[in-house]
Write a protein that binds this ligand. Structure first.
Ligand code: EPZ
Length: 419
């Protein structure tokens, strides 16, 4: 297993290009199953999660061609079963359920296991499918859903921890070919949901209200192929903004979408960093240690849970007391124990982390766990004394395209050691 060595103390300066969004590309690639015609999707990031999704789609019978960031998918005939050995590697494969149900009125997908950020139930996905007339059952570790026909319905997808992003995606993809109109209340409003709705509408769907808590889908009889460019990855962008703040210097992102980064930019400005935005650029200047901050993760447009670990790494480097409340995945603190190995002072109390800034941290061997926790450890190493050795970097490669190369391009001293 590869590891990444980060030699601390090198300021970051320069320009980095933001890749296409992983969390937009995954459901959009699955949505290509909804038509027998070819779809061409561009600005697709080169990530292992994308690779797994393409493997699943081709296993199900779709023809899949990839040339750098452009993917052509032609699902003329498809099987309705997704293979366990690939699905188990990536929870997001659950988003093939909606398109299979929409097109073939049946689907069998292995249940997504839990993962380090916590239990990953799909009860809300099934609630939406059942509202459309489907029947679901769990057997031998698979979820099986089938429907004689799908009829539009009104369904509230709010769970005890708020809206569901992939649940909203899945129900939208099942409803586009249903008879009649479906209304999703308490829908997720993330930019990735909007990007999926835009893709589906380009295929001939009739979806209104994406980006609000109430999405209306008027069923149509069939969808056709289309072309689409995936939006920029706002979490990758936010990660590099935090890198610029921690590393110090002057970092400019290009091919970004500043309108998706409001809460992240606000948090960085509150901690004392200057952040300027252009049409598709964001610039951060790291000028010393962060001021303390009180932060709560919330559904979009609130502060994203996927940026929580990165902000935690930043706040450790300041002084004073910061508090982070994680309301989406209450157990999402895998990074805390590893940051403490680097000298951080963090007390966990349920879903709240109380951070006492320690200023300088010290490099240490640390273990990557979930995608964003791993990125946070690399960021912490940028400023730490000495070398930080991040093991199991395959977690990072799931969601960050060539993170070592991009940081080196900004002046970081980083080495990827092939294990
Ligand atoms: C998406 O996951 C993202 N993944 C996650 O990003 C992100 O953290 C999450 O949304 C929240 O923004 C992709 O888009 C591929 P949810 P998703 O359903 O849709 C509970 C990353 O780092 N819930 O919005 O799976 C759930 O347990 C990943 O890129 C139910 O209770 O998340 C959680 O507490 C990590 N029942 C909350 O809702 C359900 O049926 C939000 O989960 C579904 C979810």
């Amino acid at each position: 297993m590869d590891k990444i060595l980060v030699y601390g103390g090198h300021p970051l300066n320069g320009t980095v290009r933001v890749s296409g969004s992983k969390n937009s590309a995954l459901p959009i690639l699955a949505a290509a199953l909804l038509t027998r015609e070819p779809c061409v999707i561009s600005n697709v990031p080169d990530l292992s999660d994308i690779h797994y999704m393409l493997q699943i789609l081709s296993h199900m019978g779709a023809s899949v061609e990839r040339a750098s960031g452009v993917v052509r998918i032609h699902a003329e005939k498809i099987k309705t079963e997704a293979p366990y050995d690939i699905v188990r590697k990536m929870r997001a494969s659950v988003c093939v359920l909606g398109p299979l149900l929409g097109r073939e009125k049946e689907a069998t997908v292995s249940l997504p296991g839990g993962c380090v950020i916590g239990d990953r139930p799909i009860d809300l996905h099934l609630k939406g499918f059942e509202a459309l007339g489907a029947v679901s059952r769990i057997e031998h570790g698979n979820v099986k859903i089938f429907a004689g026909e799908l009829r539009g319905a009104t369904v509230n997808l709010r769970g005890k921890l708020g809206p569901t992003v992939l649940g909203t995606d899945n129900v939208m993809m099942a409803a586009v070919l249903a008879e009649g109109t479906t209304v999703i209340e308490s829908a997720a409003a993330e930019p990735e949901v909007v990007d999926l709705a835009n893709f589906l509408n380009k295929m001939g769907a009739r979806i209104e209200g994406a980006g609000t808590r109430r999405i209306v889908i008027h069923g149509v009889s069939e969808l056709h192929g289309t072309e689409h460019a995936v939006i920029p990855d706002r979490i990758e962008a936010g990660t590099y903004l935090v890198a610029g703040a921690i590393g110090g210097g002057d970092v400019r992102l290009i091919r970004a979408d500043p309108t998706h980064l409001g809460s992240v930019i606000e948090a960085l400005q509150k901690t004392g960093y200057s952040v300027e935005t252009g049409a598709d650029t964001v610039r951060v200047r790291g000028n010393g240690a962060p001021r303390p901050l009180q932060l709560t993760t919330e559904p979009y447009p609130g502060f994203p849970t996927d940026m929580q670990a990165q902000m935690c790494a930043l706040l450790c480097q300041g002084s004073g007391i910061s508090v982070i409340r994680e309301t989406i995945f209450p157990q999402r603190f895998m990074h805390v124990s590893e940051l403490k190995r680097m000298g951080a002072d963090i007390a966990l109390d349920g879903h709240t982390a109380v951070i006492s800034g320690v200023g300088k941290m010290s490099g240490a061997p640390v273990m990557a766990s979930d995608l964003r926790a791993s990125a946070a450890l690399v960021l912490a190493g940028l400023k730490a004394d000495g070398v930080t050795e991040v093991n199991r970097v395959y977690h990072i490669d799931r969601g960050y395209e060539r993170i070592d190369e991009k940081l080196i391009q900004l002046g970081a001293k980083i080495e990827r050691v092939k294990a």
